[in-house]
Design a protein around this ligand. Structure first.
Ligand code: ADP
Length: 624
């Protein structure tokens, strides 16, 4: 079959055609894109379509973020019904040039009359209607009218034809005439799906012949018409002309593959998981639309980039090894978890599976699908923290119950023993002594119970306020007024910071440390000094005294429950430092002591500094 040009050659790139019967969705996408470009270029739009198509185009334009209604209101766009407009362009069964010129010319004038309009784009289905009715020559004539109008300039035309590229009508002579009337054929399939479906179908149907056919196609392929025809459509037409006996089988197989591919693509593109195809070097060949919701990148933005680019630097090695593992074991699915970097630089947790299908001729890629598990990861971390906290507090409770029982029993034994003695006491004096000892035991038990209660009642709800440490130390010193007066202790306070904490807890800490400094004094005058140092992420607070000091082997023990280094002659329950430790650790800090016997003691503890995102600290240094 030789091409039979029927018409004058149209202007280059001015007259596009798409055969859409095999996939109407592609028509909507392509016309949507064509009209959108026009709107962006401030061109006028004339759309002559059946209602169903016009509605689909409007929805597509809206989906792309434009407002077609506003364009209509501003007279930038005009939508005409195809049936009605065709009637107005015909006289009987034939298109009438004068009517056509009047109807279409007026409509074009309407959308391009505004001065700022640079050009105009038309989309038309008038000819398609004639084609559908089988009025082929009338259709070709109408195309001729359009080309005549195109010559008068400054507009483009896109025609949609309900022709099935897989059907026999696509290989009929009349299609040649149509191609001659256009400058470009817009692909009838999505991306490269149609091309790969036709390629696979040719391989299957032509078998051993395929090599010959391909080389012949390359050397003897003459443009069938003037139009630039995409590879898939050109191959179908070529087979129709040169291997007609197999043309139907190739087209039928190609249809099956194309729709299979489309279904598969629909699955991939509508999956919540992101799916990527990667080559052996780790370069992204394809990224599905869900990539945007997980990593913020548009699917095409990642194509050509190395996959490791979106992996957190600290997980780069693990993911590099995962890729090596995948490469070494084709078809085995490897599971992974790693931190990924979102386009906005935020870090998120990804979990996925990767399979090496490089040796599968239909895939030839490493397939990776993954999802965002950041929320789940945070929940797991939270649960882990809670479990640790629970284990710690259980252990503490056991410890506590054991020690408490042990220490409470001791005054109880005293009370029991002296009550027995009281029963057999002979004199008032003996009875008085017993009663005093019993009262002492009971008082000691009461003090122990009070201290235990204050230890167990410490609850950390993480509520914090700005606390001026300087004021807190003064308050603690004031609470100990009597002991301070009696001992003649002096207090020196260096400049102290404002910290984020619970004020009442900090008063308790200083009160315990200062009262210990007074209790465990030596014969030398008592000097207490409170100082602070700013560390990178915390404050170091020191309470030093000039007292008796503590041997290094007791430095850890004294923070335990009821741990005392002194006898009854010095009052105390051995709970003061345990309370301090619980408060400090509850705030996220640490507490310890530096001391040597006879050299005084320095109790140190840290309070985390609350940093703002710009690195400055909440609160400020308070004045002395
Ligand atoms: P308490 O003072 O009621 O005995 P603490 O828990 O406050 O209990 O202290 C535990 C032990 O640590 C004390 O019994 C004491 O022996 C020792 N200690 C605490 N503070 C000092 C200090 N500033 N100087 C010397 N020893 C101290």
């Amino acid at each position: 079959m030789s091409p039979q040009p029927l018409l004058e050659k149209p202007e280059p790139e001015a007259h596009l055609v798409q055969f859409y019967e095999a996939d109407e969705h592609v028509l909507t996408q392509n016309v949507g894109r064509y009209l959108l470009e026009g709107l962006k270029l401030d061109e006028g739009l004339l759309v002559i379509a059946i209602k169903e198509h016009a509605d689909a185009f409007i929805r597509e334009l809206e989906r792309c973020g434009t407002d077609p209604d506003a364009a209509v209101r501003n007279k930038r766009a005009l939508f005409l019904d195809a049936e009605e407009t065709l009637d107005r362009c015909m006289t009987g069964d034939q298109p009438d040039w004068r009517r056509f010129e009047h109807v279409i010319g007026t409509a074009l004038l309407e959308v391009r009359s505004r001065e700022d309009h640079l050009g105009c784009r038309a989309y038309g289905e008038l000819v398609a209607l004639l084609w559908k009715r089988g009025q082929f020559s009338a259709a070709i004539q109408l195309e001729e009218f359009w080309n005549k109008l195109l010559e008068s300039g400054n507009f483009r035309l896109f025609c949609g034809y309900p022709i099935d590229v897989f059907g026999p009508e696509f290989r009929a002579d009349s299609v040649n005439a149509l191609l001659c009337a256009h400058t470009h054929v817009v692909p009838a399939g999505l991306d490269s799906d149609l091309e790969s479906a036709v390629g696979r179908a040719m391989d299957d149907v032509l078998g051993a012949e395929i090599l010959n056919v391909r080389s012949e196609m390359r050397t003897s392929f003459q443009p069938i018409a003037w139009a630039t025809v995409p590879a898939a459509e050109a191959a179908i037409l070529w087979i129709g002309n040169h291997v007609p006996a197999k043309a139907d089988a190739v087209a039928a197989r190609a249809r099956t593959y194309y729709h299979g591919e489309k279904r598969f693509r629909a699955l991939v593109e509508n999956s919540a998981d992101a799916i990527s195809l990667i080559d052996a070097e780790g370069n992204v060949l394809y990224a599905s639309p869900s990539t945007t919701s997980i990593l913020g990148y548009g699917p095409r933005e990642l194509v050509g980039c190395n996959w490791l680019r979106v992996v957190h630097a600290e997980d780069g090695d693990i993911m590099g090894r995962t890729l090596e593992d995948v490469l070494a074991t084709p078809r085995r699915t490897v599971h992974w978890q790693a931190r990924l970097i979102h386009k906005s630089d935020r870090c998120c947790w990804g979990e996925g599976t990767t399979t090496n299908l490089l040796d599968d001729p239909d895939v030839r890629a490493i397939v990776s699908n993954y999802r965002d598990i950041t929320d789940r990861k945070h929940l797991e971390e939270e649960n882990e923290k809670r479990a640790q906290e629970l284990a710690r507090s259980n252990a503490e409770l056991q410890d506590f119950a054991y020690v408490a029982a042990h220490d409470l029993r001791e005054p109880l034994r005293t009370v029991a023993a002296y009550t027995q003695l009281l029963k057999i006491a002979q004199s008032d004096e003996e009875r008085g002594q017993c009663a005093d000892i019993i009262i002492g035991g009971v008082t000691r038990m009461a003090t122990l119970l009070d201290d235990l209660l204050s230890l167990t009642q410490l609850e950390f709800d993480n509520s914090r306020e700005a606390v001026e440490l300087h004021r807190v130390v003064h308050q603690a010193f004031k609470n100990l007024e009597q002991a301070v007066k009696e001992s003649g202790a002096t207090l020196a306070i260096d400049p102290l910071p404002v910290v984020q904490a619970r004020e009442s807890y900090l008063i308790e800490v200083f009160q315990n440390l200062i009262s210990n400094a007074i209790k465990y004094r030596s014969v030398a005058p008592i000097e207490i000094r409170v100082t602070s140092e700013a560390w990178e992420r915390e404050w170091l607070i020191k309470v030093s005294d000039s007292g008796i000091g503590i041997a290094p082997k007791y430095h850890d023990q004294i923070f335990g429950l009821f741990k005392r280094l002194h006898g009854r002659n010095v009052p105390g329950t051995g709970l003061g430092l345990a309370i301090c430790r619980k408060i400090v650790e509850g705030m996220g800090g640490k507490i310890w002591v530096d001391s040597k016997p006879g050299m005084g003691s320095t109790f140190c503890f840290t309070i985390p500094r609350d940093m703002t995102t710009d690195g400055s600290e909440l609160g400020a240094q308070s004045k002395d």
